[in-house]
Design a protein around this ligand. Structure first.
Ligand code: MTE
Ligand code: MO
Length: 376
């Protein structure tokens, strides 16, 4: 069994697949905790979790253009550079795929709205490490930073992805080589002992169990970079018709929001007259969430939700906000649909319907989230 050495996991995770392991955070939790407890962070694995000995572990960094190659131990990383701790939300670009699939079938894990979690991440800035080790970030041949994981498929090929060098050079970028999550060593499922953490960018680029970094003129040639995490146009109904070469790999994630409480099919009591809806909103690229609106008449009238958030600088808002909104129960209905939508600090808003953003891989579904609730 290729998967015989998988870690122990919390029974509270909502499992979508065991081998490889894929699971959502409990939805009730996302409505209450700005920081997801480590054992309840969602998990998105493509392959078995690799076993890595932290003592002999070495990260290798290579410049593809001139062959310069260095190695760093965990101790080097933890002692030679300034570390920072920041709240960062990781969201899978397939989050809420289930709803896209309901509109028209899409390929991929049927994630509901909780393939997203937030942790306090500690690590060193990749930019500092590269400069300290003498890599010339102004060399025009360095256009992409490729991250390779130590997790392998049966044929021996590893998980890999890349980001543009600009994100690493950016003063506000905060791309980390992370070795702690919530002030503890990173859990086995989330990349122990070292992962790339690319704030504001889809989870797929934050490579776990990081073993190698390559500075290159080309982006990663991995399947996941070239032929997977890209948004196809709605006219392409079938992946066989897809021309991935013409499309850019997804980086930043768009403004999105979700209702976590009540959940679909939950009952609210008419006699109470009111109920409280709760959820999260998140925008990639370091954008803050300005506003979350909630409606029970499909957007004719909106109520503004109260927001709870980290105190982060505007261009470094890497974490979700939680929202909460008290709503009046209508007297004449025995079912209502709660709808939410958010606006970010670039004034980006969410599309009302899925139809114009539908894509055959079911990625980046940021249409208004809707939950039906019974009134009794
Ligand atoms: N890194 C490696 N090495 N292998 C993987 O399968 N999955 C990616 C990313 N990094 C993956 C990886 C995807 S698609 C996502 S969404 C995030 O990890 C999920 O991070 P998490 O499991 O810590 O929540
Ligand atoms: Mo993902």
């Amino acid at each position: 069994d290729f998967y015989r050495e998988e870690p122990k996991r919390s029974s509270r995770l909502k499992v979508l697949s065991q081998k490889p392991f894929n699971a959502e955070s409990p939805k009730e939790l996302s409505a209450e905790n700005l920081i997801t407890p480590s054992e309840l962070h969602f998990v998105r694995n493509h392959m078995p979790v690799p076993k890595i000995d932290p003592k002999s572990f070495k990260l290798s960094i290579m410049n593809d253009n001139n062959g310069k190659n260095i190695e760093l131990s965990l101790e080097d990383l933890e002692t030679k550079f300034e570390s920072i701790t920041i709240p960062v939300t990781i969201q899978c670009s397939g989050n809420k795929r289930k709803y896209m699939n309901e509109q028209n079938p899409v390929q991929g894990l049927q994630w509901d709205a909780n393939a997203i979690s937030t942790a306090l991440w500690t690590g060193v800035r990749l930019r500092d490490v590269l400069i300290h080790c003498g890599f010339d970030l102004n060399d025009p041949r360095i256009r992409h930073v490729i991250f390779e994981g130590l997790d392998k498929d049966p044929s021996g090929s590893v998980y890999a992805a890349s980001i543009p060098i600009e994100k690493v050079k950016d003063d506000n970028g905060e791309v980390l080589l992370a070795y702690k999550m919530n002030n503890q060593p990173i859990p086995l499922d989330n990349g122990y002992p070292l992962r790339a953490l690319v704030p504001g960018i889809i989870g797929a680029r934050s490579v776990k169990w990081l073993g190698k970094i390559i500075l290159s003129e080309e982006e990663s040639q991995s399947f996941w970079q070239l032929n997977d995490y890209k948004v196809l146009p709605p006219s392409v109904k079938n992946l066989k018709e897809a021309d991935f070469k013409k499309l850019r790999a997804i980086q930043e994630s768009p403004i999105t929001s979700a209702i976590c409480q009540p959940a679909e099919g939950n009952v609210v009591k008419r006699e109470n007259g009111k109920f409280t809806a709760k959820g999260y909103a998140f925008s990639g690229g370091g954008n803050d969430v300005l506003n979350v609106l909630v409606s029970i008449d499909n957007g004719k009238n909106w109520k503004q939700a109260a927001l709870h958030k980290f105190d982060s600088p505007l261009y470094k808002s890497w974490a979700w906000v939680l929202w909460e909104c008290e709503l009046d129960i209508p007297q004449d209905q025995d079912q209502i649909e709660v709808v939410c939508t958010a606006t970010d600090s670039n004034q980006n808003t969410q599309p009302e319907s899925i139809s114009s953003i539908w894509n055959a891989r079911g990625l980046l579904n940021n249409a208004w989230h809707k939950v039906k609730v019974k009134i009794e």
